[in-house]
Write a protein that binds this ligand. Structure first.
Ligand code: VGL
Ligand code: ZN
Length: 240
């Protein structure tokens, strides 16, 4: 049992107010978001294909790398993801005759946007961007490796039922709070964040450490879906 004296010591100078107003969590400067002890940073798909010069380049995708490196230094727990497709992946327009990138097709599991070939397993395009520097990252999770199923989300493939195992991994490690950064805001970041919420994690997307593809209004749509799902939209400066 923590006695009152230990509690007051732990809380330091603000403890006096705790008795009056109740104590709801870490005491922060106004508007600041605490990482908390049981948090993880998920760095989504910072891969060569998604930065300028890559086959599915996201505008300014490279610009966020130094910021991601800096944010990652402040997290004890970091997970990286890699989009990791077979060369004949169903999400590639090249596999559908008469279809062009950014058109959509209907597959067994629903609508699928078609992309230029990207992030093929073992290729340079699928490698993490060389300037990404997060040596203390604990796990690299690959996704989209089933030829017939895409996986924007780091938690759940696009069929909505095949798990990557990431949710179980984070839960077994006692993680409660998930922060998401990376590429692309409107696809893999958004789907990862919404699935994190769905699995019960308190979830934040750090907007300035992400960049989007924004095909046909997809960026605004993604933010609106994330809001509905209960994902919190913050800036890196909001971190305590
Ligand atoms: C992504 C489209 C296709 C992403 C991956 O990382 O956001 N987008 N594959
Ligand atoms: Zn992909």
């Amino acid at each position: 049992m923590v006695n009152r004296r230990q509690m007051l010591m732990g809380l330091g100078g603000v403890a006096a107010s705790a008795g009056l107003f109740g104590y709801a969590g870490p005491v922060l400067a106004a508007g600041k978001v605490s990482r908390g002890a049981k948090s993880v940073l998920i760095v989504v798909d910072v891969q060569n294909c998604f930065v300028p010069g890559g086959s599915l380049a996201v505008k300014e995708g490279d610009v966020i790398v130094p910021l991601i490196n800096k944010i990652a230094k402040t997290f004890n727990n970091v997970v990286l993801t890699q989009d990791w497709h077979t060369a004949d992946h169903v999400s590639f327009a090249s596999q559908h005759s008469g279809k062009k990138p950014f058109e959509a097709v209907k597959l067994a599991y629903g609508n699928q946007v078609l992309w230029p070939d990207h992030c093929v397993q073992g290729t340079e395009g699928a490698s993490l961007v060389k300037d990404l520097s997060i040596p203390h990252a604990q796990l690299v999770i690959r996704k989209g490796y089933h030829k017939d199923v895409d996986s924007y989300s780091a938690f759940m493939e696009a069929d909505g039922k095949t798990s990557t195992g990431l949710g179980g991994y984070l839960k077994q490690r006692g993680i409660k709070r998930v922060f998401v950064v990376g590429l692309a805001t409107d696809f893999c970041v958004a789907w990862t964040a919404m699935d994190a919420r769905k699995q019960g994690f308190e979830t934040y997307v750090i907007e300035d450490a992400c960049r989007g593809i924004d095909a046909q209004g997809s960026l605004a749509k993604a933010w609106s879906s994330m809001k509905t799902a209960g994902v919190k939209r913050i800036q890196s400066g909001d971190l305590a």
